[in-house]
Design a protein around this ligand. Structure first.
Ligand code: ADP
Length: 430
C-alpha cells in the first residue's frame, strides 16, 4: 500500500513541479524569441535607412556598390526600373540562379499582397520611401524580411528590393529551443529522483508509526487475552463449583479484572499521548514533599519483600518545580514498582533528589537483577519485557514507555545506567 502511495506522491510532486517549470520555460522562450525577433527587425530597419541614404547619394545606382553589399552575405538586392528588372538582376539571375529568380518572384508577390503604395506615385528626385514586410519563401524554406525602397532618379522611378534571410535567427531560436528541451528533460529526471527520495523520507515515519500501531494492537490483544481466558474459565468453574470454593474463583475473577483494567488504563494513557491528548497540567510543586509521599506509599510493598527502601533529600531548601504532580507521581511509582519487582528479597532501593543548574534530578537506584546493555536499548519500547522478568504477572511492559511519554511531555529526560555492585539506576531530569 505504501509503495503505491509513494509512487503516486512522487508523480504528483514531480508532475506539479515539472508543469510549473515547463510553463516558466515556455514563457521565457516566448519573451526571449519575441525580443530576438524585435532586435533583428530593428537592426534590419536601421540597415535599410543607411542603404536608402547611400542610394540617395548616388546619382546613378552603382553596380559595384550593389555587388559589394551583396558580397557581405547579409542582403540580396533587386532593382526595378519603372517596374522592369534592372540590368543588375538580369545579369545575376536567370539560368545560372533559378532559385534567386524564384525568390524575387515570391518577394514581389509578398510586396504586392502587402498593398503598399508610396504616399505619392510620382516620386521626385529628392524623395524616397521605403516599406518593410515579411514573407515565407517556399523555394528557400525560410522566412525573409523584405524592404522596398522607392525613389526618383533622372525621370524614372527606381524600386530597390532588399531581402534579408531569417535563417540565422531561426537557427538561433531552434538551438535555444533544443537547449531548453534538454535542460527541462534533465530537470524532470532530477526532480523525479529528488521527489522519490523526498516523499520516501516523508513517508518513513508514517510507515514506522503504522508498524508500531499494528504491533501495539497485536501485543495489547495478546496481553488482554490471558486475563480474559482466566476470567472465562473461572466463571465456568464457579458456576458448577460448590459454594465453599466459589469464593476462590470470584477472587481470581476480581484480580484478573483489576489486571485488565490496569492494562486498559495504561493503553489509554499511551494512545492519548500518541494522539496528543496527553494532558499535563503543570503547577509549582515541592518535589521533595512529592517524593516523600510516594516513598511512604511504597514502604509496605518493600517491607513485604524485606527490601530496605530509603530516601535521600538535599539538606538545603529547594526551589519549586513546575510539573504535573499526578504525572510525576505516576513516573516515580513506575520506577519504584519496577525496582521492587526486579530486586530480590532483602535487597536495597534508594530514591534521591538533587538540584543543580536549574535542573532537578530524581534517581531510583536498586541492587536488583540489573539490565543488560542490549535490553537497555529496548526497555522503553511498548510491551517490551526482558526475558528474565516475564514471570512477573502484573507487568505488561508498558510502565517505562508511559514514564518516557510523561517525562517527554515535561521536556525532561529519563535514562538508565548500571549501579556499581549490580542493579540499575533510573534517572529523571526535570
Ligand atoms: P514492566 O511493566 O514489564 O515492568 P516496564 O516498561 O516498566 O515494563 O519495564 C520494561 C522492562 O525493563 C521490564 O520488563 C524489565 O525487564 C526491565 N526493567 C525495568 N526496570 C527494571 C529494574 N529496576 N531492574 C531490572 N530490570 C528492569
Amino acid at each position: 500500500m505504501f509503495k503505491k502511495v509513494h509512487i503516486r506522491l512522487t508523480l504528483l510532486c514531480a508532475g506539479i513541479t515539472a508543469i510549473i517549470m515547463i510553463t516558466m520555460s515556455l514563457c521565457y522562450l516566448y519573451v526571449s524569441e519575441t525580443g530576438l525577433y524585435k532586435n533583428h527587425y530593428q537592426s534590419f530597419q536601421s540597415d535599410i535607412n543607411t542603404i536608402t541614404t547611400n542610394l540617395e547619394q548616388q546619382s546613378v545606382i552603382s553596380m559595384e556598390w550593389l555587388s559589394k553589399m551583396e558580397a557581405q552575405g547579409k542582403y540580396l538586392f533587386y532593382v526595378l526600373d519603372n517596374g522592369i528588372p534592372f540590368l543588375y538582376n538580369q545579369l545575376n539571375e536567370p539560368e545560372e540562379n533559378p532559385k534567386r529568380a524564384l525568390l524575387l518572384e515570391e518577394s514581389l508577390d509578398a510586396y504586392q499582397e502587402s498593398g503598399w503604395n508610396s504616399p505619392t506615385n510620382t516620386v521626385s528626385a529628392f524623395t524616397s520611401y521605403h516599406f518593410e514586410f515579411e514573407f515565407t519563401s517556399a523555394s528557400c524554406d525560410s522566412k525573409f524580411f523584405g524592404s522596398v525602397i522607392r525613389m526618383g532618379k533622372s525621370s524614372s522611378t527606381l524600386e530597390v528590393i532588399v531581402l534579408s534571410s531569417l535563417e540565422s535567427l531561426e537557427l538561433q531560436i531552434r538551438e535555444q529551443r533544443i537547449r531548453f528541451v534538454l535542460i527541462d528533460i534533465t530537470a524532470i529526471l532530477l526532480l523525479g529522483i529528488f521527489s522519490w527520495i523526498f516523499t520516501g523520507k516523508l513517508l518513513r515515519p508514517i510507515m514506522e508509526n503504522q508498524e508500531k500501531q499494528a504491533q501495539f494492537v497485536a501485543s495489547a490483544s495478546h496481553e488482554l487475552r490471558t486475563p480474559l481466558a482466566v476470567i472465562i474459565s473461572a466463571t465456568e468453574c464457579c458456576k458448577n463449583a460448590p459454594s465453599e470454593r466459589q469464593e476462590g474463583f470470584l477472587k481470581t475473577i476480581s484480580q484478573e479484572s483489576i489486571r485488565m483494567s490496569n492494562l486498559v488504563n495504561d493503553m489509554l494513557t499511551l494512545s492519548g499521548s500518541d494522539s496528543h491528548h496527553f494532558l499535563v497540567q503543570p503547577e509549582s510543586i515541592e518535589l521533595d514533599t512529592l517524593l516523600i509521599n510516594v516513598f511512604e506509599a511504597f514502604e509496605p510493598l518493600a517491607k513485604e519483600k524485606s527490601i530496605t527502601l530509603s530516601i535521600l533529600l538535599p539538606d538545603y531548601a529547594l526551589p519549586l518545580c513546575l510539573a504535573d504532580p499526578e504525572r510525576i507521581k505516576q513516573v516515580i511509582s513506575i520506577l519504584l514498582h519496577n525496582a521492587i519487582s526486579y530486586t530480590p528479597n532483602h535487597g536495597k532501593i534508594d530514591i534521591s533528589l538533587s538540584y543543580c543548574k536549574s535542573h532537578f534530578s530524581i534517581a531510583v537506584r536498586d541492587n536488583g537483577i540489573g539490565i543488560s546493555d542490549e535490553e537497555k536499548k529496548r526497555i522503553f519500547d511498548r510491551f517490551y519485557r526482558a526475558e528474565k522478568s516475564r514471570s512477573t504477572k502484573d507487568h505488561f511492559g508498558l510502565g517505562l514507555s508511559i514514564a518516557l511519554e510523561i517525562i517527554k511531555a515535561h521536556n525532561g529526560s529519563i535514562s538508565v545506567t548500571d549501579a556499581i555492585g549490580g542493579g540499575s539506576i533510573f534517572t529523571v531530569m526535570l
